[in-house]
Design a protein around this ligand. Structure first.
Ligand code: NDP
Ligand code: HEM
Length: 484
């Protein structure tokens, strides 16, 4: 039997084809509540898009542990080989709006939500191991250069290169962005990185610094600028088609999870600040340790409910995983939950896609759309109480974070090298990759004032003279090795 159409209040609907009118020609009557309801609901179908990373593609899957790392962390998801934890993944571009084309040169977001036995752990990382800035005060300015110019309402290469050339710490990420890996073929053919330094802590109360790496098992595949123009000309949704399609056809993409581990005290002796988001930890010093396999194997049934309404936040950690002094990470711990309350509403964490599988017991009250039940004992609605309400558990107390220093605005550019690791990356590129890097940069600099270009050429030169020369040649300029 056909399912009966109802109103949102559950009453059967007699006519969903013809409005209620005075006579066959109209006008319609205000009392046609179904018509009003449909129009009013439609007006509320959109929510604010994410202020960054608006365009995204996601799916459900699992993380399966293949190697024991329980000596570093007490996090339940890493507690045994063979253990499987459900995961939600969302990939994204940074700058494009909700309707942007997928195959655009940009950093890709790589967000994961692990539904563990002790709450949700979110890792909202990127497909790059570093970032453009290392101080969160710079983040809103940086994003303004990636979004539209206030007057032209166009993206502004001048703003981008002006900011980057005045912020040399961006060079590492800019080089990755302009290299082959800056335009992956689709979400399956790229790596993911937690990027920041996080911490692990174990049952003995020892802390280790950790970096997370998800290496694609599909191999790396990229689009050249020219190939991307053809792809975008044919479909603006190439990533959605590829990710949704591969999972629908049963070819489940996989990534191998590795970690790099640094003993807590070792952070005081590395030649670079290991909490600086513009730096990697060289693999030679901190080898990759294999942990498990991430597999995506189930498409969302409703994209809006499960991907658009997904809320990933670096503030979501679980016992055994902690933060680090990284200034950028500290800012993100605040910014994401704040964005979620604005974008999704007070009780965004009660939405099915964001709700943990483990029990939720807190004393937050009321607010818009309060729909979840009371604590089992309704008298225990404050804390402390005498009615058996939920209580804190000191056994999951994180060990103290060793910090020191006087409060000040420390100049993060002082005594901080921005070029050595970029040079190491440039050294990995073969001749073809170098030529594409040069021409991608030259293309991206179209229309930028020469003064800004010359300032940026000095940074390329400092990473490697061949880098500076190559870009200058692609631009038809003489190499520049010194600031004007
Ligand atoms: P290694 O040679 O030990 O590691 C190189 C790393 O670079 C691998 O993770 C590799 O990823 C990645 N890589 C290889 N080719 C490219 C490329 N064309 N574009 C971007 N990444 C590439 O060297 P180090 O650890 O000493 O690092 C050297 C440089 O490599 C760094 O300065 C950094 O720019 C870059 N890098 C380093 C990472 C790290 O965590 N140490 C991570 C990613 C990049 P894959 O195995 O997937 O090919
Ligand atoms: C999304 C802020 C740096 C990765 C967002 C959002 C905000 C934000 C407000 C939208 C969240 C939402 O509406 O759900 C910031 C701030 C940063 C910062 C203030 C620095 C101070 C970074 C860095 C990374 C990153 C360093 C990667 C290492 C992401 C990703 C998303 C995102 C992947 C999309 C999450 C999703 O898929 O829903 N960021 N960000 N951001 N950011 Fe950041």
């Amino acid at each position: 039997m056909t399912t009966r159409l109802t109103t949102t209040a559950g009453a059967p609907v007699a006519d969903n084809q013809n409005s209620l009118t005075a006579g066959p020609r109209g006008p319609v009557l205000l009392q046609d509540y179904q018509l009003i309801e449909k129009l009013a609901h439609q007006n509320r179908e959109r929510i604010p898009e994410r202020v960054v990373h608006a365009k995204g593609w996601g799916a459900h899957g699992t993380l399966t542990i293949t190697h024991d790392i329980s000596r570093y962390t007490r996090a339940k998801l890493f507690s045994a080989v063979g253990k499987t934890t459900p995961v939600l993944a969302r990939f994204s571009t940074v700058a494009g709006e909700l309707g942007a084309a997928d195959a655009e040169r940009d950093v890709r977001g790589f967000s994961l939500k692990f539904y563990t036995e002790e709450g949700n752990w979110d890792l909202a990382g990127n497909n790059t191991p570093v970032f453009f800035v290392r101080d969160p005060l710079k983040f809103p300015d940086f994003i303004h250069t990636q979004k539209r110019h206030p007057r032209t309402h166009l993206r502004s290469p001048t703003a981008m290169w002006d900011f980057w050339s005045l912020s040399p710490e961006s060079l590492h990420q800019v080089t990755i962005l302009m290299s082959d890996r800056g335009l992956p073929l689709d979400p399956m053919h790229m790596n993911g990185y937690g990027s920041h330094t996080y911490s692990f802590w174990n049952d003995a109360g020892e802390r280790f610094w950790v970096k997370f790496h998800f290496k694609t098992q599909q191999g790396h595949a990229h689009l050249t600028n020219a190939a991307a123009k053809v792809v975008v000309g044919e479909s603006r949704e190439s990533y959605q088609e590829a990710l949704f399609g591969t999972i629908e056809s049963g070819h489940f993409p996989r990534w191998t999870l590795f970690v790099q581990i640094m003993a807590e005290r070792e952070a005081e002796t590395t030649p670079y600040n290991p909490f600086d988001l513009t730096k990697v930890w060289p693999h030679g010093d901190f080898p990759l340790i294999e942990v498990g396999v991430l597999e995506l194997n189930r498409n969302a049934e409703n994209y809006f409910a499960e991907i658009e309404q997904a809320a990933f936040s670096p503030s979501n950690v679980v016992p055994g995983i902690g933060h680090s002094p990284d200034k950028m990470l500290q800012a993100r711990v605040f910014a994401y939950a704040d964005a979620h309350r604005y974008r999704l509403g007070t009780h965004y964490e009660a939405l099915p896609v964001n709700a943990p599988l483990s029990p939720v017991n807190h004393y937050h009250k009321d607010g818009p759309m309060r729909f979840f039940p009371n604590n089992p004992n309704a008298d225990a609605y404050y804390e402390p109480n005498s009615f058996g309400g939920p209580k804190e558990d000191p056994s999951v107390k994180e060990p103290p974070l060793r910090i020191n220093g006087d409060a000040d605005h420390y100049n993060h550019r002082e005594g901080n090298d921005d070029y050595v690791q970029v040079g190491a990356l440039f050294a990995l590129f073969d001749e073809g990759e170098r030529q594409r890097l040069f021409s991608n940069i030259a293309e991206a600099m179209a229309g930028v004032p020469e003064e800004i270009i010359r300032r940026q050429l000095v940074h390329f030169h400092r990473a490697d003279p061949a880098y500076g020369e190559g870009v200058a040649k692609a631009l038809g300029l003489a190499p520049v090795s010194q600031p004007a």
